[in-house]
Ligand binder design. Structure first.
Ligand SMILES: NC(=O)c1ccc[n+]([C@@H]2O[C@H](COP(=O)([O-])OP(=O)(O)OC[C@H]3O[C@@H](n4cnc5c(N)ncnc54)[C@H](O)[C@@H]3O)[C@@H](O)[C@H]2O)c1
Length: 249
């Protein structure tokens, strides 16, 4: 695996779960890390873990929906750590299963604002620096549900499918600046995201659908992110890589 020495990676939603794992793996590979999350304690825990890898780290606490706040904090972070080479748009929410009739405007807006608009806001903050240097990697976070649909979860499925659409559109639009845009579409990875009442039963049902017979580990997704972020992925853009144990093939 190619080194990320000298690179700066900004990871949104890096205060827990997959985002924390990405921060840890990318820093092990040599990158300096900007940890972004709305949860200060989680972000600080991730930062401590990155520091333990001997890498420079900067923490941004805020909401990816706050366009102005994000831009200002990202500018401060880049002043301190360096311009962002790798952006991982990871912040996201899911929700309990909801039939169509329960998906009102507020539920829909929250889902799209965090998962989709958040990716726009973060990308807007780092794109000028990437364009100036004619180098950049943007990695979006979709889901198997963005590819196969979720039963009673059309708000989540449609937001995650939107991330596939914008990955391909941005890949076309940003290619002239050597900015590569790809997406990961994780399968079932136990994190706080799915930690809800009644989840045990759902997890047991899901196991039946996984060809490899077990759920994944955050690192399974981080390895895909590191591939897109490094020189190993230098000829790859507009692609979706879905570590999912064979749920979707
Ligand atoms: N875990 C899975 O099985 C799975 C599967 C497919 C896709 N995903 C996607 O992976 C990403 C990470 O999920 P996870 O499983 O690590 O979940 P998680 O809940 O452990 O982590 C999400 C992080 O995002 C942060 N966050 C949420 N809303 C935010 C906002 N508005 N502004 C800033 N930070 C915010 C949270 O504080 C949290 O730290 C999400 O986009 C999720 O949809 C996860």
């Amino acid at each position: 695996m190619s080194s990320l020495e000298g690179r700066v990676a900004l990871i949104t939603g890096a205060g827990s779960g997959l985002g924390r794992s990405h921060a840890e793996l990318l820093s092990e590979r040599g990158a300096k890390i900007i940890v972004q999350d709305r949860d200060r304690d989680g972000a600080e825990e991730t930062a401590a873990s990155v520091r333990a890898n001997g890498r420079d780290v900067h923490v941004m606490v805020g909401d990816v929906r706050d366009s102005q706040g994000f831009a200002q904090q990202a500018a401060e972070a880049m002043d301190r750590v360096g311009l962002v080479d790798i952006l991982v748009n990871n912040a996201g929410i899911s929700s309990r299963r909801r039939p169509f009739e329960e998906i009102d405007d507020d539920v829909l807006a929250e889902m799209f604002d965090i998962n989709v608009k958040g990716a726009y806001i973060a990308t807007r903050a780092v794109l000028p620096g990437m364009k100036d240097r004619r180098h950049g990697r943007i990695i979006n976070t979709s889901s198997i549900y963005g590819m196969m649909g979720a039963d009673a979860g059309s708000h989540y499925s449609s937001a995650k499918a939107a991330l596939i659409g914008l990955t391909k559109a941005w890949a076309k639009e940003f290619a002239p600046w050597n900015i590569l845009v790809n997406a990961v579409a994780p399968g079932y990875i136990p994190t706080a995201l799915g930690d809800r009442p009644g989840m045990e039963e759902i997890r047991a049902q899901r196991l039946q659908t996984i060809l490899l017979g077990h759920e994944g580990d955050p690192r399974d997704i981080s390895h895909a992110v590191a591939y897109f972020a490094s020189d190993d992925g230098k000829y790859v853009t507009g692609q979706v890589l879905s570590p999912n144990g064979g749920v979707v093939i």
